[in-house]
Design a binder for this molecule. Structure first.
Ligand SMILES: C[S@@+](CC[C@H](N)C(=O)[O-])C[C@H]1O[C@@H](n2cnc3c(N)ncnc32)[C@H](O)[C@@H]1O
Length: 311
């Protein structure tokens, strides 16, 4: 079975089975779509459809998956040539002494981070190398977090790992096979209105604060995903519902409220428990509640073990 290659905030390891339990049976799904792909935990571990589309607004992330699908061998080769994050910077490459803004470069990790952030603006753009840098930083940065500053620069500090595996050869090869034939997009999630057809399944996992509120900051990219964005997602879900598309959304409990008026349209909200492994606030790890919002007919018929959440 393929596994996610990247560590990604909001990865759904703890509640995979509960989310999967809301999907219609595989044979009843025409195509599968994931508009907020991130690390793709559900896609890689839980779905087996030949026809699928995946999407994320993060451009570097979707370049990464295209390279995994098309050029896995080259990607593995570049990754194999990288050094340990705490080793000396490579003097044959740019930014071995200081960053563009004049900060001292202490080690190989910070040189790699600077190279990642300067492309494609200043250096000849090489999409395979960019994908390699993304995975390298993901596996060696603090907490496996992806975070950008206001200017869209990756700004997570170096992590502390004795023996980090940034090559991930086996996962890349398996993921490459799983992605064959999958359409990869780098759009706003609303692309799904045109993309999904009757009988398809759309699984949405938008950004949200693990403490229970819709996200007011962004862990993933320089944009934010607040209440208005959540309402826009709801409106997209309603359009999909009108088209006969099955929709499953995982979200913060507070967001369940905005679907409350659509019970008659078939939207139900269930509460599930999840342990968050990545959090911007180290203090607030632990069990948090999430909700699953769905119109999937099969689940309404089988929904005996999950309690409906009333607000
Ligand atoms: C909670 S994460 C998804 C995690 C994923 N389920 C996993 O297994 O790793 C949310 C993702 O939505 C993406 N995103 C944020 N705003 C978006 C938008 N307007 N359209 C599409 N994707 C967006 C973020 O870049 C992020 O990767």
């Amino acid at each position: 079975m393929p596994k996610p290659i990247l560590k990604w905030a909001g990865g759904k390891r703890q509640i995979l089975a509960q989310i999967r339990g809301h999907f219609p049976p595989e044979e009843d799904i025409n195509s599968y779509h994931e508009p907020f792909f991130g690390g793709g935990a559900i896609f890689f571990r839980e779905t087996h459809k030949d026809t699928a589309s995946i999407n994320d607004v993060n451009t570097r992330l979707m370049n990464f998956y295209e390279i995994v699908r098309e050029r896995p061998g080259e990607l593995i080769e570049i990754l194999s040539g990288f050094d340990h994050p705490e080793s000396e910077p490579d003097t044959s490459r740019p930014y071995s002494k200081q960053s563009e803004s004049g900060d001292k470069i202490d080690n190989y990790y910070y040189q790699q981070r600077e190279l990642f952030n300067r492309r494609p603006r200043d250096l000849a753009f090489d999409e395979v190398e960019e994908a390699a840098l993304l995975l390298y930083l993901n596996r060696t940065c603090f907490n496996g977090l992806y975070r950008e500053n206001q200017s869209g620069e990756f700004n997570v500090p170096c992590g502390s790992y004795t023996n980090p595996d940034w090559v991930q050869e086996s996962r890349i090869k398996k993921a490459s096979k799983a992605l064959k034939g999958v359409e990869i997009y780098n759009e706003d999630f609303s692309y799904i209105i045109d993309q999904a057809k009757e009988g398809d399944l759309v699984y949405c996992d938008p950004p949200y604060d693990p403490n229970g509120e819709a996200s007011t900051f962004s862990e993933y990219s320089s944009g934010a995903f607040g209440k208005e964005e959540q309402e826009r997602l709801r409106d997209v879900a309603l359009k999909l519902n009108d088209k006969g598309v099955n929709v499953v959304i995982s979200n913060a409990p507070s967001v369940g409220e905005i679907y409350q008026a659509f019970n008659e349209d078939g939207f139900r909200v269930s509460r599930v428990g999840a342990k968050r492994s990545i959090n911007s606030d180290g203090e607030s790890r632990g069990e948090v509640k999430e909700v699953i919002i769905t119109n999937a007919i099969e689940m309404r018929e089988r929904d005996t073990h999950l309690t409906e959440y009333t607000f």
